[in-house]
Design a binder for this molecule. Sequence first.
Ligand code: ARG
Ligand code: ASP
Length: 709
Amino acid sequence: MKKLSLTFAIIFVLTSIVRADEGMWIPALLQKNEAEMQAMGMKITADDIYSINHSSMKDAVVLFGGGCTGEIVSEQGLLLTNHHCGYDWIQKHSTIEHDYLTEGFWAMTMEEELACPGLKATMLRNMVDVTDKVLENITEETSDEERAEIIKKHIKSIIEEAQKDTEYKVSVESFYIGNQYFLMYNEVFDDIRMVGAPPSNIGKFGGDTDNWVWPRHTGDFSIFRIYKDGKPYKPDYHFTISLKGVEKDDFTFVFGYPARTNEYLPAVAVNQEANVIYPVVVDLRTQILDIYNKYQEQDPKVRIQYASKHAGLGNGWKKWMGVIEGIRNFKGIEKKQAFEETFINWCQETRARMRYMHALRDFDAVYAEYEKYRMATTYFTEAGLSIELIEFAANMAKLSEVTKDTPQEEIDKLISELKAVSAAFFKDYYQPIDEEVALTMLEDYRAAQPEDFRPEILNEIDKKFKGDVKAYVDFLFGKTMFTSEEKVNKLLDGFKPSKVKKLEKDPAVVAANSMMDFYVENVMAKAKECNTKINNLRRVYMEGQMKMIPEVFPEKRLYPDANFTLRVTYGKVGGFKPKDAVEYRHYTTLDGIMQKENPNIYDYVVTDRLRELYNAKDYGRYADKDGSMHVAFIAGNHTTGGNSGSPILNAEGQLLGLNFDRTWEGTMSDLVYDPSICKNISVDIRYVLFLIDKYAGCTRLIDEMTIAE
Ligand code: ARG
Ligand code: ASP
């Protein structure tokens, strides 16, 4: 019986572990994938994609800002990324007279390209394995604390040494949870200018309603240019654009900057994430978003005020719902457990492997301990700080650090910072929303957290308000000065250290301080302690998996979790079956935009210009061979947050489109990957060019691109 269940476990794991599409590969080690990529249809070599000896595709891919990817498409540094990646900059350049968010923006000459001070593009120039140097003198006997010290010291000296001989920015990054280290050489560009963006009803078509969802019709692109020494940057490589489009089963690969994944967690951690923490976050955010929706529907001004807040909360909210469901449907926990059974059996074969087994078993206790602090953190950030008044008061409470000895200069600096915070707060603040949010969040916070895990202010509601949260909220909003712009201005304008006392008595500051103090004193350090333990266990468990998987599952190659470094992922174009009786095709067309069109729903407005082009079928060379305008497509590339804006390339390495999202059913791919439903969504490059050329008439940009018919 025992034997039978073990074979069953192995088969169970095997079927889930052999997956061609899975993996985010380190470009410097891509040789190992070359044969498979070519067998899947790739016609170029790993060396064409990444080389440090000659120009290669890696010289055309950048980390855009802090969390997206961009790619160079001309000899003059022209850069493509997503609309949602350029959004902040499009917004920053927008005014009432020039509302680029609504109208779109097209620089018709280079002189019209707009500087974006603070925006950076980072390009990987070289990466070198320095694992041996980083881990030198570390043995199995080295304690975790010592180990951390030694590594810190080694990394510091590696960086100092390397930095001497290069103008690039160097850093050391950890892969496989501290089992491998690379020295990275990055070129950082800091003169990036905005070149073009479609109107939001194209670049964000479908808005939050369609977010994470297939079928999708978003023209999610914006255009920038890298400048160096005041001139358009001449890159070592730029992508050729393909007008051929994609067909089912075509080979594709995505080259970009995935941020974070956690594919090697133990079952207990995935369970905590997906079945304990996410449901709470989703539930809290559902209530907040319902309140936002109610008021946003009533008043167009409120709709705009809360649009960005809504998008911010809504993006994670929707994704995590998908993760919870995906883990359940895909039996993610059970598969992890089956894997762990096989792992433990493997560990038991030799004494040297026992430490891996112990690491795996030790997770249970640490995660049980961690859960309390994770939950407390979740309520603090998701419930407490979701009350805008509390967050604002927490900012304003910085004033209480001012004493009569603080230099005037410092006070002035703080005041001017807080004035900016205050202006931004009041511009987009709608008190009835916040009062309702406060009521529901505090009720939940108080009900869900045990007494010794509640900030004092929640216990005060019991003591002073007989547990009547509504009475407390009325008191809070009735007495605070922080809902009145006039009062806040008065406070800031004539601020004197003697005013600190009054400030500290404000009920919003009292509440904010109570929550922050509780978090800092009772939660943060404990959570960090657990985290350190978890990371040490994860490192050992990872090391065990790195030894066991090649032995027990030789067909499976390991890849490191995403860590904000450049990666290659590949997979084939194709639709999928999200549930019984439903099947998705792999592409969408402009017809779908017209079907979704609804002038009364903000997310589905179609401009006259786009409708005219559609009616005239004026697609030029950007039409598919079926005559229609293809808008987006899906493929089996293993992507995550940060891959937005990444180039999706064909077998020849030509640009097919820009990655911008994943399908809702497959959002659990950050924890467990299932190739049958985990698909990445890209905007078709032909739709992008059609918009630049036919819609905007910005043909100078088309002229500088290299286009393969
Ligand atoms: N879900 C995508 C990502 O995680 C796109 C988000 C932007 N789009 C939106 N409608 N909010 O970034
Ligand atoms: N939309 C994500 C991003 O902005 C991509 C993803 O999560 O699939 O990076």
